[in-house]
Design a protein around this ligand. Structure first.
Ligand code: SF4
Length: 192
């Protein structure tokens, strides 16, 4: 079945009205197929894997004019059959999101505003503050409940809160870094 955009909208409205009035089951497959074909018409498709978690859901990435225009689940993925969770379904925003900051932003202690800073300045600040906090607050040994001195190698002065925007590899590296420093307050946004 071939539908123009206008036909599709008319058919969609009529179908919605029919469902509302009669409450009967309606075959939506042609509408769904038309919607998909309109959106991705003439786009090139690439196979990918959602970067966010170890489920590794397969994705179909559609691009037109050097721009990603749609990302959806790959129905050939055996363990998901084309499904994506809400986070995976929003991965197009990694590429197309006008609200996404593209420059490093810094808010000084006590300030109520963010200022743009060069990335190198930001890296230096992070390295210096990590180093100073660790030098000052690292706990190498402490007494256990029986009064014995034990090695703990713990740093309680830094807390790490991961982000839902971090992918598998970034989370792995962040965990490694935190454990190397002895950071024990190691959390992720998705669990808060
Ligand atoms: S779609 Fe959701 S469940 Fe699948 S890999 Fe991405 S984040 Fe994980």
């Amino acid at each position: 079945m071939s539908l123009s955009r206008r036909d599709f909208l008319k058919f969609g409205s009529a179908t919605a009205a029919g469902v509302a009035v009669a409450g009967q089951g309606v075959d939506l497959a042609p509408v769904e197929a038309a919607a998909t074909s309109l959106k991705i018409k003439e786009a090139k498709v690439f196979h990918g894997v959602c970067p966010y978690c170890a489920v590794g859901c397969g994705q179909l990435i559609y691009a037109k004019d050097d721009k990603i225009i749609d990302i959806e689940g790959d129905p050939d993925t055996p363990h998901t059959l084309g499904r994506l969770c809400p986070k995976g379904a929003a991965t197009i925003q990694l590429s197309n999101n006008p609200l996404r900051p593209t420059k490093a932003l810094y808010r000084a202690p006590g300030s109520d505003r963010w200022e743009e800073k060069p990335l190198d300045w930001m890296y230096d600040q992070l390295a210096r503050r990590y180093y100073e906090a660790r030098e000052k607050y690292f706990i190498e040994k402490e007494k256990d409940k029986d009064g014995n001195t034990v090695t703990v190698n713990r740093l309680e002065a830094i807390a790490s809160l991961g982000s839902a925007c971090a992918d598998n590899e970034e989370c792995y590296l962040l965990s490694k870094l935190n454990r190397t420093f002895g950071i024990v307050y190691h959390e992720h946004q998705a669990r808060v």
